[in-house]
Design a protein around this ligand. Sequence first.
Ligand code: ADP
Length: 599
Amino acid sequence: MTKHPASTALPTIAGFRAAALRRGVFLAWLLVIGLIAIGLSQPDIEDYRPLLTVAAGFVVLLALGTAANWDALMQRSSGPWLAWAWLTLLAVGFGATATAEGMFLVTMPAFAGVLVLSGLSLEPVRHAVVASVVVLIIVLSIVPPDPIISPQEAAIPLITAIVVAAATGFFGLEHTREATRSYVRLEELNSQRADFERLYAVTATLAGADSLAEGLPQIVGTICRYLGAQVGVVFLYHPDDHTLKVMSPMWVNEHTLDVGDIKLPISTGGIVPQVFRSGKPILLDRVSDSPEQFGVIGELGLREAMVAPLRVEGFNVGAIAVGDPLAEAFHEDQLEVFASLAAPAALVLSQLGRYEAAAEMTRRMQEIAQMKTDFVSVVSHELRTPLTSIIGSLDTVNRPELSPDLAKDLLDSARRQAGRLQRLIEDLLMVSRIDRKAIPVAMETVGIRQVLIDAADTIQSDEDITISVQPPSLQVTGDPDHLRRVFINLLENAVKYAPGSPVELVARPFRDRIDVDVIDHGDGIPPGERMRVFEPFTQMERSDTRTKGGTGLGLSIVKGLTEAMSGRVTVSDTPGGGATFTVSLQPAGALLATERGRV
Ligand code: ADP
C-alpha cells in the first residue's frame, strides 16, 4: 500500500503555494508603489508621513518576500506556518495603511488580494485566522470615537471580504484535495510501473533458460537482486510423496550452492509448508532468535526472511523464500513486490519442470528400450551357453566308445548346467514377483550367524570368507529363505568381482537395527553407479562384467527381498578399495511388535 503523504509534503501543492505567494509579492509591490505615489502626490505631505512610514516598512517586508525562496520554504514542514505568518503580516500591514484618512477604499483591493492568496495557500484554520484579521481591521475602522468610515460604508467591503475568504478557502481546499489524490495516484502508477518493469525483467531473464538447472539460479538470483536479499531458495511440490523439495542450487550472495536432497513433508508445521498450504506470502523477522521454529529457513543463518507461494493457474506448485542475515532487510511493502515476482517465476519454473519431466521420461523410455535389448541379448546368451553345453554333453554320452567315468563327468556337467538354467529361470520369476510385489514373506526370528554360514557354504568358493557376528547369538527378524538368498547373491558377487581377495561378513547391532556388511576388496562400485546397480538387468559397463557373465538380476533380487522384509540395502566403499554392501535388518523383537500390531 502506498502511504498517503501529509499534504504539506506534496511537491505539487508546495509548488502551487510558492507560485501563489510569489505572485502575491509582485502584486503587493504594485500596491505599495501606488500607496507611495499617492502619499508623495499629496500637497500636505506632513499628513501622510505615517502612511509613508508604513509604506517604507512594506518596502522592507516585500524586499524580504522577493528574496525568499518560496519553493524551498513551502517544501519544509514549517512552510504552511511561514505562509500564514507572511499573509498575516501583509493583512496587518495593509490594515495599518487603511487607518489613514481616505485610504480605506484604496486598501480594499489589497485586502481582497491577501484573502485570495490566503485561501489558496493555507489550510482552512490558518485561512480563517487571516480572514478574521482582515474582518477585524474593517470592523475596527468603524469604531468610534474617530471612525474612518461609517457602518454603512463598511458593510459592502465587509461582506465582500467574507465572501472572498469563503470562496477562495473552498477552492483552495478543493485544489489541495485534488492535488493529494493526483499525487497518490501518480505514486501508485509509478510503483505499478516499477513492478511491471521488474516483472518484465524477471520474465525476460527466465525466457532464455531452457532447463531447470540453468533457469533456477537465474530466477532466484534476479528476484534476490531486486529485493536486496542475500539468500534465495525455491521449493517445488512433489505430488507423489506430498513433499516440498528444496531445489538445488540455492542462491547465496551472488553464488550458487548445491544443497543436496532435502524434502519437507507438506503436513509438517514449518513455515514453508504453512505458506504453501495457505497460499499467503509472509514476512518473518527475528528468524535467528528461535531458528528451530522456522525449519529449513532457520537453518540458513538468516535474520529476516520472506516466503511466498508459487502458484500457477490457481494451483500451488511450490514456494520461494528469500532471506538476509541483516535486521530490517525487508519491509512490508516488499512482500507485495515479492509475491508479484513469484508469479512469473512460478509459471516458468513449472514449465521448466514439465519440460524436464518430459525429457526425463524420454530418457527413461530410451533406457528401458536399451535395457530390453540388453536383456534379450544377455538372457539369450545365458540360456544358450548352458543349453549348448547340456546338448553337447548328452550327444557325447551316447557314444559307445565312451568310458563310464567320462560319461559320469559329462552327466555331472550337464546337471550343473541345468542347475544354472534353473537358477536363471528362478531369478527371472523372482524379479517378476518382486515387480508385482507378490513375494510371499514368512517372517520369524532368525539367528543371523547360521544364515551367513549357510550362505558361505552354498557358494563353495575358494576365496577366504570370514564371518564375524557380535554378539554371536545376534538375531534378526526376517524370512530365513530370503535372507539366505540375499547373502548368497552378495557373496557370489563379492567372489566374482573381487577374485583372489578375502571376503568378510560382519554382523552387529547399529542403532535400532542389525547391520550386516558384505565386504570385498575388489574394484568397488563408483558412486555414480551405486543406485543403478540395484535396478534389474543392470550391469556396469566394465570390461570384466561381460567376461564374468551374469544377468544383472542378482542385486535387484537382493534389494527386492530385503525391502520385502522391511530392510534396506546400500553400497559404499571398503576402506583401501572394494565394495561394502550393508544389509540393514529389523532386530528380533520387531516380529513381536508386528504381530501385536496385527492383533
Ligand atoms: P550380475 O549378474 O551382473 O552380477 P548383479 O545385479 O548382481 O548382476 O550386479 C549388477 C552389477 O553390479 C554387476 O554387473 C557388477 O558390475 C556390479 N557389482 C555387483 N557386485 C559387485 C561387487 N561386489 N564389486 C564390484 N562390482 C559389483
